[in-house]
Design a protein around this ligand. Structure first.
Ligand SMILES: Cc1cc2nc3c(=O)[nH]c(=O)nc-3n(C[C@H](O)[C@H](O)[C@H](O)COP(=O)(O)O)c2cc1C
Length: 438
């Protein structure tokens, strides 16, 4: 029997596909969240481990110095708050893990710790926090700051942040709530402690004013790609999400993370590596390839991609000619891993044009285009070679349609299950245990 791997889905609370023939009849109602609840239910039928809601907190204008591109193409703007959606999804499902993104650069630690505790209780132990430190000065400016701290310094802040929120989650002992009717005592005050945290960046007295949630703390997801980011993720995360750069790159990344986790005193098996992939599934391979062509031919595709990569890296890609080789020495204080991945293209030596890089980006590291059986086989082979833990689905071109969700949940996943590659039932109740099951 092959080793099973985990499945998650990476998405945003943004308008689903709205200007193609695949748009749902209720697409205008997307802000009520029900489109995504339907998605989560389909995922739960397919026994996904988790749905992960991405987040950033600004309207980007890095591309061409204007918000036009972001708003014209709905390129991650609008984007609604992930937490209420996470609650809505949690209340509409029973087993699926629900992960929400929150930034250590903007949430006061006490509020975040309290929010995670509350949502994990509502989700009955299925909540996860995607720990990000944000990458955009525009976001910082929405919180009264001039800009973000330097890239590695953001991780120094995140490390202390992680420490203070964990102390807050520990501020109630597991058996502090007694609800003793004889003595009319709800909680034993001897088991609830101040933390008196006084660090370089944060101060918090504690204790938290929530009871311990089923997981005590949310499951932790992280996506550090730079050396500093990998170090943080390896020490903190239950699952790391990454954009793989081919099988070799994926293996290198996983081996590196496992070595770092071990050096940090953790069991490397407790840190799962989920690689982002964007499968395109159809009844025949030719149809699947035609589907990819349709996406790449969409009038907005190239510019929308450039708006997105400009936003993540704060580099204005509008200044470059689409069909000229791109300078190789671009640097960023934003998402370094994302820039490196983008600039790498297909990994072949020599300069590449911006158009080539954008078209390559659609493949997300591992090309998965074909029938359910073909793609399932390729995913199984990839995991065997990488020794990996699983995949995080992200739709090519991002915006979701019910047709695409069905092609994955009712097309690809059954083919994976028939091969014994992914779960066919949930056996544990919390997200952390689900991730650790295999
Ligand atoms: C799958 C995945 C999901 C991510 N989700 C978010 C997100 O929701 N919000 C955000 O600000 N950054 C997000 N990032 C960016 C990471 O937090 C990180 O900045 C990026 O991977 C670059 O790594 P580095 O910070 O170590 O350079 C994501 C990255 C990946 C690969």
């Amino acid at each position: 029997m092959p080793k099973k791997f985990h499945l998650g889905w990476f998405m945003n609370f943004i308008p689903p596909e709205w200007d193609t023939d695949d748009a749902s009849p209720d697409v205008q109602n997307w802000p009520n969240g029900r489109f995504y609840v339907d998605m989560a239910r389909a995922m739960e039928r397919a026994c996904f481990d988790l749905i992960m809601i991405e987040d950033t907190v600004m309207v980007a204008d890095a591309y061409g110095g204007t918000m036009e591109g972001a708003l014209k193409h709905s390129a991650f703007a609008p984007k609604h708050d992930p937490i209420p959606l996470a609650v809505q999804v949690a209340c509409s499902t029973s087993n699926l893990g629900v992960v929400s993104t929150m930034s250590t650069s903007f949430y006061p630690p006490y509020l975040l710790a309290r929010l995670c505790s509350t949502v994990d209780s509502i989700a009955q132990g299925r909540f996860g926090w995607n720990i990000v430190s944000s990458a955009e000065d525009r976001a910082a400016q929405n919180f009264g700051l001039e800009g973000l701290p330097e890239h590695d310094e953001r991780y120094n802040v995140a490390e202390e942040y992680f420490d203070v929120v964990n102390q807050l989650w520990d501020s109630w002992e597991a058996d502090a709530v007694v609800m003793d009717r004889k003595t009319h005592t709800f909680a034993d005050f001897n088991k609830v402690h101040t933390i008196d945290f006084d660090g370089k960046y944060f101060k918090s007295r504690g204790p938290l004013n929530t009871v311990p949630s089923p997981q005590h703390r949310p499951a932790f997801l992280q996506a550090g790609a730079s050396p500093k980011g990998r170090q943080f993720a390896a020490g903190a995360a239950d699952a790391i999400v990454a954009v793989g750069t081919g099988l070799e790159g994926m293996k290198e990344y996983r081996d590196d993370i496992r070595a770092r986790a071990k050096a940090a005193g953790r069991n490397p098996d407790d840190v799962k590596l989920l690689f982002v992939v964007s499968p395109t599934i159809a009844a025949t391979e030719a149809e699947a390839r035609a589907e990819v062509e349709r996406l790449l031919d969409h009038p907005s595709y190239v510019e929308k991609s450039l708006v997105s990569i400009s936003s993540n890296t704060e580099i204005d890609f509008k200044q470059f000619d689409l069909d000229e080789p791109l300078p190789a020495d671009l640097t960023t204080n934003g998402e370094r891993g994302s820039l490196e991945y983008f600039m790498r293209g297909d990994g072949s030596p020599g300069p590449k044009t911006l158009r080539q890089l954008v078209l390559h980006r659609a493949k997300r590291g591992l090309e998965l285009v074909g029938t359910p059986e073909q793609v399932a086989e390729k995913m199984g082979q990839a995991m065997e070679e990488v020794g990996g833990d699983g995949f995080l689905i992200a739709k090519p071109g991002w915006d979701l349609s019910r047709k695409y969700i069905e092609s994955i949940c009712d097309g690809l996943v059954p083919a994976l299950q028939r091969r014994g590659l992914t779960r066919t039932a949930y056996t544990t109740t919390t997200l952390r245990d689900t991730l650790r099951e295999f």
